[in-house]
Ligand binder design. Structure first.
Ligand code: CUA
Length: 338
């Protein structure tokens, strides 16, 4: 009896845990920043319609199958004729799936057609998925490329073509609020067209396991009014601002003398590395280390001093051996690069 009671308790606890997990998953899915169910782009709008059709269809089929099961085992449990069994297998097992799957395929292809069209592209953005951050490159009207990292800004109501690549392993570019996901494959260039329909700040993620810190590879997506977007891009195209305070100047000296410029570029200074993220305007970004930390001075200092602990296996070495005042000065300098 005790054994039975313990088993029942365990089962109740497992059910409760299961219920909590489902609740958490649903709540996470409803967070507007990263929800395919709260669309902010034409791609996501089409996908959510398809999702609800499939959900409704699956619920109807489940009810029908349960109805047939209850009918044949409870209402009429006696043996059924071979003729009706054959009809059930032919109708429910062959004919019905063919009709439903063909209809879904045709509907899906019809939805994809306008989403893949490259007509009326207003902006082209190159994004490269790298272990474990995002290299983003805009092309300005003057033909000059503007590179930044882990942040994408888009003008609302305009079609944007993303050119997606990767230099190392397969990543997957996904902004759930705006549209579907597309893989970034080494040696290939894939295209994704998105059209944001409302302004706001959203979250993009890597949707393909790509190594130890795959889960620490997110990016911010800010959809802005077109005029604000143009002003932002013009600001990003400018060289880095000069350090203003004595502390920032000390930070710049520490940044350059410790070899940070071998991997990072700060346009307007001698730092011109291209291995890691371009830091020209890093102080204006919404997060640090690809969505892992907030973009404040304290986080800059933590990141430089504890790189490998915050993001395991990251290529950037840890600079925890530097004196604390140098780390603080570097954090002030980098935060000042707005
Ligand atoms: Cu990149 Cu997962």
């Amino acid at each position: 009896m005790w054994l039975q009671l313990c088993e029942n308790l365990l089962r109740a606890r497992q059910w409760r845990r299961c219920f909590c997990l489902v609740q958490m998953a649903l709540l996470a899915a409803c967070d507007g920043r990263q929800s395919a169910l709260d669309p902010a782009g034409t791609g996501a709008e089409s996908i959510v319609v398809l999702f609800w059709w499939m959900c409704g269809g699956a619920a109807l089929i489940w009810v029908a199958v349960m109805g047939i099961a209850v009918y044949s085992t409870q209402a009429h449990p006696e043996a059924h004729g071979i003729r009706s069994a054959r009809w059930l297998i032919f109708g429910g097992g062959i004919l019905f799936p063919i009709v439903v799957l063909t209809a879904l395929l045709v509907y899906g292809l019809m939805l994809m057609q306008p989403l893949r069209s490259t007509a009326d592209i207003a902006l082209r953005v190159d994004v490269s998925g790298e272990q474990w951050w995002w290299r983003v490159r805009y092309h300005t009207d003057t033909g000059e490329a503007v590179e930044l990292a882990n942040e994408i800004r888009l003008p609302v109501g305009q079609r944007v073509a993303f050119n997606l690549t990767s230099p190392d392993v397969i990543h997957s570019f996904w902004i759930p609020s705006l549209g579907g996901k597309v893989d970034m494959i080494p040696g290939r260039s894939n295209q994704l067209v998105l059209e944001p329909t409302r302004t706001g700040t959203f979250r993009g993620v890597c949707a393909e396991f790509c190594g130890t810190s795959h889960a620490l590879m997110a990016f911010s997506v800010v959809v802005m009014e077109p005029a604000a977007f143009d002003a932002w891009l013009a600001g990003q195209a400018k060289p880095a601002p000069e350090p203003q305070s004595a502390l920032q100047r000390q930070g710049q000296r520490a940044f350059l003398s410790n070899g940070c410029g071998a991997c990072h570029r700060v346009r307007g200074t001698e730092a011109d590395g291209t291995v890691g993220p371009d830091l020209t305007h890093v102080g204006s970004r919404l997060s640090l280390a690809a969505g892992t930390l907030p973009a404040d001075i304290e986080a800059f200092q933590r990141w430089i001093g504890h790189t490998g602990q915050i993001k395991p296996d990251v290529r950037m070495p840890t600079f925890g051996m530097l004196p604390n005042d140098q780390l603080t000065a570097m954090a002030h300098y980098l935060k000042g690069l707005e």
